[in-house]
Design a protein around this ligand. Structure first.
Ligand SMILES: Cc1cc2nc3c(=O)[nH]c(=O)nc-3n(C[C@H](O)[C@H](O)[C@H](O)COP(=O)(O)O)c2cc1C
Length: 160
């Protein structure tokens, strides 16, 4: 299976999560591209609900993949505006299976994580994707490495 792991990461936490997923998929023999989204100019730390122009400069072609994973940090109790913009700008995802993932600073998924996955899932479904349940890595009061291990395993189990 050829898998795209596409993510936004400002301070590296979602990047570590994405790389954790990639290393498990690679170990199982799947082909993966793990791509960190780049923008033409710095993104303002604002909620996805506030208007901001974001120009993504490295959006891949979804048709090259069997499965697509979309990740980003929780910002202001919702998804990062960068990963949402990427989903919106993507060519049609009709017939593709997708899964959202996120990293968050607080200790409880109800503090933005659940809403983030729900928001991203809705955006993916709007593009025609079949959406699988995602996973969230929490930081406060949690061991980051253990969170990545547990949640990468959960994602790999869901998609394989
Ligand atoms: C502008 C901003 C808003 C944030 N809002 C939340 C939030 O609502 N809930 C939460 O748990 N963490 C929040 N965080 C923390 C990030 O979600 C957390 O540090 C995440 O792991 C960062 O991922 P990254 O290193 O990939 O950028 C926020 C961080 C920033 C910069």
């Amino acid at each position: 299976m050829k898998v795209l792991i596409l993510y936004h990461s400002q301070s590296g936490n979602t990047k570590s999560f994405a790389e954790g997923i990639q290393s498990k998929l690679t170990a199982l023999g799947h082909q993966t591209d793990c791509i960190q989204l780049q923008t033409a100019s710095p993104v303002k730390h604002k909620s996805v609900r506030e208007q901001q122009d974001i120009e993504i400069t490295n959006l891949p072609d979804p048709q090259a993949y069997d499965m697509l994973l979309f990740g980003g940090p929780v910002w202001a109790f919702g998804p990062s505006p960068v990963i949402v913009e990427a989903i919106r700008k993507m060519d049609s995802l009709a017939g593709k299976t997708c899964l959202p993932f996120a990293s968050m600073g607080l200790f409880c998924e109800k503090m933005g994580g659940t809403a983030t996955l729900r928001y991203m899932s809705r955006e993916l479904a709007t593009k025609g994707a079949k959406v699988l349940p995602g996973a969230i890595c929490k930081r406060m009061f949690h061991d980051p490495a253990a969170q990545i291990e547990k949640n990468s395993a959960k994602i790999v189990h869901t998609i394989t």
